[in-house]
Design a protein around this ligand. Structure first.
Ligand SMILES: Cc1cc2nc3c(=O)[nH]c(=O)nc-3n(C[C@H](O)[C@H](O)[C@H](O)COP(=O)(O)OP(=O)(O)OC[C@H]3O[C@@H](n4cnc5c(N)ncnc54)[C@H](O)[C@@H]3O)c2cc1C
Length: 423
C-alpha cells in the first residue's frame, strides 16, 4: 500500500490512490455507507479514506492484543506508535516539513473518531496524547531546531511523548503548579514533580509546564521539551487505576534536572497561554474520540437485548428499554453535532473555547449516563470483565475528570456567559 500521506497529498493533482480504490465517488459512497452516511457535514472522501485506512491497522495490529494489554496494565507504545507513525496517523495536521500530512484539524478529529473503535479507552488516549495533546504548542510555537529534534520523531512514531501539566497538589488549578525551571547559564534546572502522566513510564520526552519566574501565575510559566532520560528524572510509580488499564499512568519527580535553554517552546512566560490553547485541541479530540465507543455500546446492547429473553420476550421488546436506547442515541447525535460545529469553527480560525468546553462537558456526562444505562440492560453479564460495556463504563469515567473536570468546564462556560462570580 502506498503511504497514506502520499495518497492524500497527491489528491490536489490527480487522486491516484482514490482512483485505485474505484474513483472518489465510489469510495465516498462505500465509506460513507460503512459509517451510516452521518459524517458528511464535515467529512470529505479523504476523511473517510483516512478512517478506512486507520481501521485496517486497528483491526490487525491493535484490537487482537487489547485484552492482553489490559491485563498487563500497559501497551507497547513504541511498537504501536511506530506502525501508526509509518502510516502518517500521528501528525495528520502537523507541518509536512516535520513529517506531518499538513491537513487541517478536521482530519485529526476523523482520526480521533476512528480510534474510538479500539476496544478500550487506554490505547486511544495515549495515541491522542502523542498526536494532539503533547505536541500542538511545539508545532505552533517551537523553533525549527526543536521541531526537528522532538516533533519529527514523535510524528514518525520513533519516540513516545507525554504531557506534564498536573501535579499532586494542582490538577484543576493549573495556575497553581509548583514545579520550577530556574535558568542557570545555558540550562534550566528543573525541580518538582508531575502526577497522572499518561505514558509516563514509557515516554522519551515530556512537554513540561513549569514556573520559570516568580511573576503572576498566568505569566510566569513556560513549556519545555524535557528528555525523560536526563539525570534527575525519576519515575516514582505506575498508578493503579480502575480503568484505562492498558495505558500506563506515572508519578514523576525532577531533581536538579538540567534542560538546555534551547528546549524552551516559544517565548518564556507564555506557557500558561500555550497550554490553554493546547487544551482546546485536547478537549475536542476527547469529545470526538468517545462518539464511536458510545455508538458501539448502544449497538452491542441492542444485539444482546434482542436475543436475550426474560418473561418469554426479548429484553429489547420492553418499551422502557428500546425507548431509553432511542433517547441515548438522540443525545449522542446532539453531542456529535456540537463537536462538528466546534471543529468547523476552529478550522476556520475562530476561538472555540466555549464550544470545546461544552463538548467536553457533554461528552463526559453522556458517557457516564449512556454506559450506566446500557450496562443495566446486560444484567449480570454487564458486571463481568468479559463485555465491552463494562470496560467502557470504567474507562469513559475519566472523561468527566481528565483534561479539566466537568466543574472546570462549567466554570469556563460561566466565564463566557459572564456569570462567574469574581474572586
Ligand atoms: C488516567 C489519567 C490520565 C491523566 N493523564 C494526564 C496527563 O497525561 N497529563 C497531565 O498533565 N494530567 C493528566 N491527568 C490529570 C487530570 O487532568 C487531572 O486529574 C484533572 O485535571 C483533575 O485534577 P485533580 O485530579 O488534581 O483533581 P482536583 O483538582 O483535586 O479536583 C477534584 C475534584 O474537585 C472538583 N472541583 C475542582 N475544582 C472545582 C471548582 N472550581 N468548582 C467545583 N468543583 C471543583 C471536581 O469535581 C474535581 O474532579 C490524568 C488523570 C488521570 C486520572
Amino acid at each position: 500500500m502506498a503511504p497514506l500521506w502520499f495518497a492524500l497529498l497527491a489528491r490536489k493533482g490527480q487522486p491516484k490512490w482514490l482512483l485505485r480504490s474505484g474513483g472518489s465517488g465510489r469510495l465516498r459512497s462505500s465509506a460513507a455507507e460503512a459509517s451510516g452516511d452521518r459524517h458528511h457535514l464535515i467529512y470529505t472522501p479523504e476523511h473517510f479514506a483516512l478512517r478506512a485506512s486507520l481501521r485496517k491497522i486497528i483491526d490487525k495490529e491493535i484490537n487482537p492484543f487489547v485484552d492482553q494489554w489490559e491485563k498487563e496494565g500497559q501497551f507497547p507504545a513504541h511498537q504501536v506508535f511506530k506502525s501508526l507513525g509509518k502510516a502518517g496517523f500521528l501528525g495528520v495536521n502537523k507541518p509536512t516539513e516535520y513529517g506531518g500530512l499538513g491537513l487541517d484539524f478536521s482530519y485529526s478529529i476523523a482520526v480521533a473518531e476512528e480510534l474510538g473503535n479500539i476496544h478500550c479507552g487506554g490505547v486511544p488516549m495515549a495515541i491522542g496524547v502523542q498526536s494532539d495533546m503533547a505536541t500542538p504548542a511545539l508545532a505552533r510555537f517551537g523553533s525549527d531546531e526543536l521541531k526537528q529534534q522532538f516533533l519529527a520523531p514523535t510524528i514518525a512514531g520513533d519516540v513516545v511523548a507525554c504531557l506534564g501539566v498536573s501535579e499532586p497538589e494542582a490538577g484543576s488549578d493549573v495556575a497553581g503548579i509548583k514545579t520550577k525551571a530556574v535558568r542557570k547559564g545555558d540550562d534550566y534546572v528543573v525541580n518538582g514533580g508531575k502526577m497522572w502522566i499518561t505514558s509516563g513510564c514509557q515516554a522519551d520526552w515530556m512537554c513540561l509546564l513549569a514556573n520559570t519566574s516568580d511573576g503572576p501565575p498566568h505569566r510566569n510559566k513556560s513549556l519545555l521539551c524535557l528528555p525523560m532520560k536526563l539525570p534527575g528524572v525519576h519515575v516514582a510509580k505506575k498508578i493503579d487505576k480502575i480503568g484505562m488499564r492498558s495505558s500506563d499512568t506515572a508519578q514523576i519527580f525532577f531533581e536538579d534536572v538540567r534542560v538546555p535553554s534551547g528546549y524552551l517552546i516559544g517565548e518564556e512566560g507564555m506557557g500558561f497561554t500555550y497550554q490553554m490553547l493546547q487544551f482546546q485541541e485536547e478537549r475536542l479530540w476527547a469529545a470526538a474520540n468517545i462518539l464511536a465507543p458510545l455508538e458501539n455500546v448502544i449497538q452491542e446492547t441492542i444485539d444482546y437485548t434482542r436475543q436475550r429473553k426474560t418473561f418469554n420476550q426479548p429484553i429489547l421488546s420492553n418499551q422502557t428499554v428500546h425507548f431509553r436506547l432511542a433517547e441515548l442515541a438522540t443525545e449522542l447525535e446532539l453531542l456529535r453535532s456540537l463537536v462538528y460545529q466546534a471543529v468547523v469553527l476552529y478550522v476556520q480560525g475562530n476561538d472555540v473555547t466555549r464550544l470545546a468546553s461544552m463538548a467536553k462537558l457533554k461528552a463526559g456526562r453522556l458517557a457516564r449516563e449512556l454506559t450506566d444505562s446500557c450496562l443495566q440492560f446486560w444484567g449480570g453479564m454487564g458486571f463481568t470483565n468479559e463485555v465491552l460495556v463494562s470496560r467502557l463504563y470504567r474507562d469513559s469515567r475519566l472523561l468527566s475528570i481528565g483534561a479539566g473536570s466537568d466543574e472546570v468546564m462549567l466554570s469556563i462556560i460561566c466565564k463566557y456567559m459572564q456569570i462567574l462570580p469574581k474572586k
